[in-house]
Design a protein around this ligand. Structure first.
Ligand code: AMP
Length: 217
């Protein structure tokens, strides 16, 4: 049976990038609670309207909203298939509830993978991030700048910045991570779930290789 993985780490550590690759390589599903919330915000659903004020401020969306997303997800295709959780759990109640939900499915979490990146790099990764509104290409004004400022190299459309990637919100997101999410490392260290730390400040493929090696894949 497929077993679930938790990709853990501060915002900007590369959980999304590594999560897509891991899910593909291990034929797991990937659940990014942030992606689900952003889709709800775009569609203007009641959940999206509620979530948006927290997200734009860099705060966590209330646990009951997040747990609703995860419960629905695990009741679908993911009931049979393992999942890479990206950006979940972020609080102690979320972690406890995930253990209970997976316990009901009789499949304890296979491993928690912690991506570590120092704060200065995280701030540049997040506040420098730009997306093409048209074709979705990603840039970073510090690390991978477009040839022309604020224009997509591929299609020439305007680049946009996520509201929560504004420098002030980025600082708040890091604070929230340190206050509310980082303590979960302790929770998993005291549990029987294997926990691995990986240096996330390296090229994508080097990080991915280490993650797969730790999983014995
Ligand atoms: P992310 O894309 O994972 O950085 O998530 C973007 C934003 O969505 C976060 O800053 C939170 O406001 C919200 N969010 C995503 N996942 C969670 C979660 N597990 N618990 C609470 N809020 C979340």
């Amino acid at each position: 049976m497929k077993r679930d993985l938790i990709l853990f780490g501060p915002p900007g550590a590369g959980k999304g990038t590594q999560g897509v690759l891991l899910a593909d390589r291990l034929t797991l599903l990937r659940l990014s609670t942030g992606d689900v919330l952003r889709a709800a915000v775009r569609r203007g659903t009641p959940m999206g309207i509620e979530a948006r004020r927290y997200m734009d401020a860099g705060e966590l969306v209330p646990d009951d909203v997040i747990l609703g997303i995860v419960r629905d997800y695990l009741a679908g295709e993911a009931a049979e298939t393992g999942v890479v959780f990206d950006g979940f759990p972020r609080t102690l109640p979320q972690a406890e509830r995930l253990d209970a939900l997976l316990g009901e499915l009789d499949r304890p979490v296979r491993a928690v993978l912690v991506l570590e990146v120092d704060d200065d790099t995280l701030i540049k990764r997040l506040s420098g991030r730009r997306t093409c509104g048209s074709c979705g290409a990603l840039y970073n004004v510090f690390f991978e700048p477009p040839r022309e400022a604020d224009r997509c190299d591929a299609c020439g459309s305007a680049l946009t910045q996520r509201a929560d990637d504004e420098p002030e919100t980025v600082r708040r997101r890091l604070e929230v991570y340190n206050e509310q999410t980082a303590p979960l490392i302790d929770y998993y260290e005291r549990s029987s779930t294997p926990l691995h730390h990986v240096d996330g400040d390296r090229p994508v493929d080097a990080v991915q290789r280490d993650l797969l090696a730790l999983l014995g894949s």
